[in-house]
Ligand binder design. Structure first.
Ligand SMILES: [Zn+2]
Ligand SMILES: [Zn+2]
Length: 341
């Protein structure tokens, strides 16, 4: 089968023919229709994460926002059938027995395997998945729009859920890109009053079209001051990786509110302890299968919709280059449609 493969860090991915996967008794083989390109894939290709690098498979097929059809299944699989359309997320498999799994936080399982990191991912014609962790995709969603829900969507959903937002509360979303436009829509699902913050007027216009109640341009106004005038945000969800956005967001949160970390800045974040004012700082590490089911349900009901650009697998190196230069704002989804071998 055709796949895009990381052989060496900081080198272009190689598009090449590799052996097609075969299923273990508890696995399915999925013919990939769409695979989202996540910022994490770029970090993996660059070898940026020393904490993870010991675990990472090499050579590696990346990709952890995968949707496709089951074409083969192992003998022990009885929850899925050939022909089912399923999605495969970052969390590839979890043990079900550790403290985190038993507490309902399987995304924190220390024994987990990770799609497109410790096992091969979806930048390929076929992928192997654990039948227990592949989730059926509702018919109402097309594969390309559904794919980013398996990382971007679930991560943002869990982050906002954990901020415990109640109807009518003021939520600020910093950065209206691939993650931010989902954050805005999900905050509306929680019936929040949503303010979008960005430095580009076109993104703010997009935010208003998606239902933002208010927008602030951080390039032309003192955003923290504007928020103080409103009484402060109950939660500020930062989807940008810019440290400046985190600094502004911190001072935009009201006392006792939450700063929700979604975008990954390369520098460490620091805040003056005297200004903490009982502010809670929270984050999410993708999400659980329950979170994913909820996200798929919301998307199928039309309450959240991921705006995407589809590109062929062969363009992956150009896409990663554009990502390095910060030129990608929405979500790019690889469509993989070569004939079956
Ligand atoms: Zn991701
Ligand atoms: Zn576990």
């Amino acid at each position: 089968m055709k796949a895009a493969v990381i052989h060496e860090y900081k080198q272009p991915l190689r598009i090449e023919e590799v052996a097609s996967p075969a299923p273990a008794p508890d696995e399915v083989i999925v013919e990939v229709e769409a695979c989202g390109v996540c910022h994490s894939d770029l970090h993996l290709a660059e070898g940026d994460w020393p904490q993870l690098s010991r675990m990472i498979k090499k050579p590696l097929i990346p990709g952890h926002e995968v949707v496709g059809r089951v074409v083969e299944k192992g003998d022990a699989v009885n929850n899925l059938d050939v022909g089912d359309r399923v999605g495969i997320a970052w969390v590839h498999w979890t043990c079900g027995e550790c403290e985190f799994c038993r507490e309902g936080n399987e995304n924190l399982c220390p024994n987990q395997t990770i799609t497109g990191a410790t096992v091969d991912g979806g930048y390929a014609q076929f992928i192997k998945a654990k039948a227990s962790h592949a989730l059926k995709v509702p018919e109402a969603l097309n594969s390309a729009e559904a794919a980013p829900l398996f990382c971007a969507g679930v991560t943002v959903y869990r982050a906002i859920k954990k901020a415990d937002i109640r109807p009518g509360q003021r939520v600020a979303v910093f950065g209206i890109g691939g993650l931010g436009h989902l954050a805005l829509q999900i905050a509306k699902v929680f019936e929040a009053e949503v303010t979008a913050v960005d430095i580009h007027e076109d993104k703010l216009e997009f935010a208003r079209a998606l239902g933002a109640d208010r927008t602030f341009n951080a390039a032309t106004s003192d955003v923290a001051k504007e928020f103080r005038r409103l009484g402060g945000a109950h939660a500020a969800v930062v989807t940008s990786g810019s440290k400046a956005a985190y600094d502004t967001a911190f001072y935009s949160v009201r006392s006792g509110g939450s700063l929700v970390v979604v975008g990954m800045p390369s520098e460490n974040l620091s805040f003056p302890a005297i200004m903490m004012r009982e502010i809670k700082i929270s984050s999410s590490a993708t999400g659980t299968r329950d979170d994913l089911s909820r996200v798929l349900e919301l998307a199928a009901e039309g309450k959240i919709r991921c705006h995407i650009e589809t590109r062929p697998l062969e363009e992956i190196n150009d896409i990663l280059d554009q990502m390095r230069r910060g030129e990608i704002t929405g979500r790019v989804v690889l469509t993989i449609s070569a004939p079956r071998p």
